[in-house]
Design a binder for this molecule. Structure first.
Ligand code: NAI
Length: 343
């Protein structure tokens, strides 16, 4: 008998509840052994408990050390600090693993199989920002501080190299901007090059690329890359770019991994423009659930899920609107369940 696994479930905002429901329906069909502790956060947390990251949600993850999470809305400009960033900080989820693989052939780019490894706790993302008032303009000057530490760089670079080697990858590309931000991203490049010389040379290839050139190269010839490892903000931007190569954000899963906890989610946000319209593609969250099952050593179940997604998209040609299809979230989910039941 498969052992039950306690896990926290955060439906999130916007399309979150719809894609989380779809994912639970599919996981039930698979017989996934998760016992969910349902918690709220983000805008839903503010509305229900006056807090975008209520203690109950934190306590739950402290207990389960495992979560599946829908997207959480963060206001732009003012308002509360991102609950996503706070969760990553709270549980020291230093590695953000974002694989991107073509699942629907015949798009603008075929046979994409890339992994973006994003540093998740440091850089310009730490949100140490302030304004300086000049005369009567309180926002006359905006300032931000970025912090990258040697230890933080070592953690994420080691994760990237080890993951690449363990999964049979050929090359790790270190993405930086050390020509301009010589200290802030220079430390990342320098640490990566040192670690490669000391530990990984002979086991895997390594090269380095400046982030702006990387963006251009990813669009011109993405097949030249394999595993990309980079600092927080660049990873945020490049992983959305990479999701565009495989059909968009509806296809891009992510895992936030630390030593003591892991939170699985889609790369995309709450998509308020399509929320509540049965239009969201739940594949990104389903693929995140597959990563979660692999994390829990439920490899066979994850494989069944990946196979059902492939068959539904390609043999049955049931696809949501973002992939050029006609199916709503519910119809796509139904098709997946029927594929799973067929075995
Ligand atoms: P977004 O990722 O929510 O949406 C960008 C575009 O992609 C929209 O046109 C949307 O309709 C489309 N899209 C996204 N996911 C889709 C899906 N599953 N199926 C079909 N189409 C999909 O980015 P946006 O609009 O910039 O952000 C909205 C909110 O989400 C913000 O408050 C932001 O802070 C938050 N956010 C949360 C994240 C998280 O919880 N990890 C990650 C990114 C953004």
């Amino acid at each position: 008998m498969i052992q039950r696994i306690q896990a926290t479930l955060i439906p999130g905002d916007g399309i979150g509840p719809e894609i989380v429901d779809a994912t639970l329906t599919v996981l039930d069909a698979l017989g996934a052994p998760f016992d969910w502790d349902r918690q709220i956060a983000g805008l839903a947390g503010v509305k229900a408990a006056g807090d975008p990251l209520p203690n109950a949600a934190l306590d739950s993850i402290r207990r389960t050390r495992l979560a599946l999470k829908g997207p959480l809305e963060t206001p732009s400009g003012g308002g509360y600090r991102s609950s996503n960033v706070r969760l990553r900080e709270e549980f020291k989820l230093y590695a953000n693993l974002r694989p991107a693989r073509t699942l629907v052939p015949g798009g603008r780019f075929d046979n994409i199989d890339l992994v973006v490894v994003r540093e998740n706790l440091e850089g310009l993302y730490i949100g140490h920002e302030h304004y300086v008032q000049i005369d009567d303009d309180p926002h006359a000057v905006a300032m931000a501080t970025g912090i990258n530490t040697r230890a933080g760089c070592r953690h994420i670079l080691e994760f990237a190299f080890e993951h690449a080697i363990a999964t049979g990858r050929k090359k790790v590309t270190i993405v930086h901007k050390a020509n301009i931000m010589k200290a802030l991203t220079g430390i990342f490049k320098e640490t990566g090059e040192q670690m490669y010389e000391e530990k990984y040379k002979g086991h895997i290839e390594m090269d380095t690329v400046i982030v702006d050139a990387c963006a251009m190269k990813l669009v011109l010839n993405p097949w030249q890359f394999d595993v990309l490892v980079t600092t927080n903000l660049f990873g945020d931007i490049l992983s959305d770019l990479v999701s565009g190569l495989i059909g968009g954000l509806g296809m891009a899963p992510g895992a936030n991994i630390g030593k003591d906890a892991a939170i699985f989610e889609a790369v995309h946000g709450s998509a308020p423009d399509i929320a509540g319209k049965d239009m969201a593609n739940p594949t990104a969250l389903l693929l995140a659930a597959a990563m979660m099952m692999e994390h829990c050593k439920l490899d066979d179940m994850a494989l069944r899920l990946r196979k059902a997604i492939d068959q539904t998209l390609n043999a049955d040609k049931v696809r949501t609107g973002d992939l050029g299809g006609q199916a709503g979230t519910t119809a796509y989910t139904r098709a997946l369940v029927s594929r799973i039941k067929q075995g």
